[in-house]
Unconditional design. Structure first.
Length: 158
């Protein structure tokens, strides 16, 4: 039998163990058994208490990566992997919105930049970086991490 609790509260959050005789007790054949239960209400109460005390709210990504003109998902994920490897929080637009709708979504959600990739960028291994505040767009090779870092200088890295 086990129980799990945390030091600052007196009650168990979950528990369980072996229950080999339980099935037989209810008229069944002797059967090896294990089980556990989670106190969802207790866990939620604990999380809400802790959230008020110390859990920081994660910041939303400030960069939206969107593909246009049927760019391959493989290239889109490659771009996301490279940018995340550089320490940027990236939200990948997966709803296949048209570019104006994606821009509207990015602005509504406080994004500073959009990374836009299309068939041409994919063929040339490039990305287009649109600064939504300054309303400028530049195109850079995906391999030029130094210039990408400069272009995205206004974004906090994670």
């Amino acid at each position: 039998i086990f129980e799990q609790s945390v030091p600052d509260i007196e009650i168990a959050l979950n528990g369980g163990g072996r229950y080999d005789n339980l099935i037989e007790l209810f008229g069944g054949k002797p059967t090896p058994a294990v089980g556990c239960a989670i106190g969802i209400t207790r866990i939620m109460q604990y999380v809400l208490k802790k959230k008020a005390e110390e859990i920081p709210t994660p910041s939303r990504p400030r960069i939206l990566l969107t593909g246009v003109a049927d760019v391959s998902k493989k290239y889109l994920m490659k771009v996301a992997r490279v940018l995340r490897g550089m320490g940027f929080g990236i939200e990948v637009e997966i709803l296949s919105r048209k570019l104006p709708s994606a821009i509207e979504y990015a602005l509504k959600n406080g994004m500073r930049f959009m990374i836009i990739v299309g068939k041409r960028e994919e063929a040339e291994e490039k990305i287009s970086i649109r600064d939504l505040e300054l309303r400028r767009q530049i195109e850079l090779p995906l391999s030029d991490e130094e210039k990408i870092m400069e272009a995205l200088a206004g974004v906090e890295r994670i």
